[in-house]
Design a protein around this ligand. Sequence first.
Ligand code: AVJ
Ligand code: FE
Length: 433
Amino acid sequence: MGNAGPTGLKERIAAELAAVRERSLAYTDADDDMLVRQHSPLMSPLVWDLAHVGNYEELWVLREVGGIEPLRPEIDHLYDAFKYPRKDRPSLPLLGPAEARKYISGVRGRVLDVLDRVDLTDPDPLRSGGYVFGLVLQHEHQHDETMLATLQLSRRPGLVRDGELPPGRPAAEPEVHIPAGVFTMGTGGGTDTTPWAYDNERPAHRIYLPGYWIDRHPVTNAAYLEFVEDGGYRDPRWWLPQGWEWAERNGVEAPLFWTRDGDTWWRVRFGREEPVPPDEPVQHVSWYEADAYARWAGKRLPTEAEWEKACGGRTYPWGEADPGRLGRWANLGHRAARPAPAGAFPDGASPYGVEQLIGDVWEWTDSWFQPYPGYRCFPYEEYSKVFFGETYRVLRGGSWATHPSAVRTTFRNWDYPIRRQIFAGFRCARSED
Ligand code: AVJ
Ligand code: FE
């Protein structure tokens, strides 16, 4: 992103803004009932996400950078993610679908004016390199992925487009050895290679890791099914006590959206039932399920340092080339509405030969979401800082639903260990003997 000159950069930002808005509008191209209804207590109504991304753009680009007066100050509180829990949002006096579309397009017109006149070489950290535009772009793409999770929970068919993916390949060597040594974790500092990275990815710091093994591919449905069929959900040996209790209380015995019919396992994907495809990475499992599977397999989840080291120290595992340009490297940006089969992206391998680190499924790691040594909050506490602690587990690598501009090898996502509606799976690791 940072390599183009100021004019090229502005054009690129304008194009990316147009693309993300087209995406948000496509996911909300549905009848009003679909948009205002609560499909799950875990999620906002779709019309909330739609107005929220516009409100966020207004706060950061128009007010903070553009110095423009609030357009509709009376609605700010409705779209503050910290004011009302998701389950209460349907009963708020939200903007209706037509009003929400009008509001966000009014904001966007002024955002383009600010982009036109802003100096992207200004040292102010929100202006420099277009950081504030990277902030709102990534934010909107994150909410687009959240909207896809809501659409999946709605079980309504016909709203989400699918697509083609390359075929899988079996792995001759299912695990990759990563030798002991020091690597650089995170970004920023001396040479800032990832200008739009979030505060939680900074600063870059050196970490020593002993040698370890990591799975070449994410764990597939076929592999996960062995755990299910082996009675993995009924054997407390594999589970942490809190995970066991969670699974018992909720009657969890397979990934979310799976059902068994005789000998066949089916899943619902965007409102349609289909047999569970054996070669695809498993998705819709909680951290507790991933952790239990790993113990059953005689392994463990990788720490996020182990996950990131396996990427080989580049912006993407395959190098610096922007994944948006060609589909060769990864399954990102909703080319299809599912993960690609294991082995589908040999060209996307890291220098160590680890595949599908970016795209397909978010990968649960063993790590809590904690600040790096030397962390500095920027530009606001509610993105990362308020979530640090031993409450959320870190996910890495993005999913099929993640846009290329909203993921890189240093990117950190996080969620509660019981969550299963996100497009998350995992791979395993183990220490050297
Ligand atoms: C980074 C995905 C955990 O969606 O909850 C969205 C990002 N922050 N709006 C989320 C976020 C503010 C966040 N995650
Ligand atoms: Fe948000």
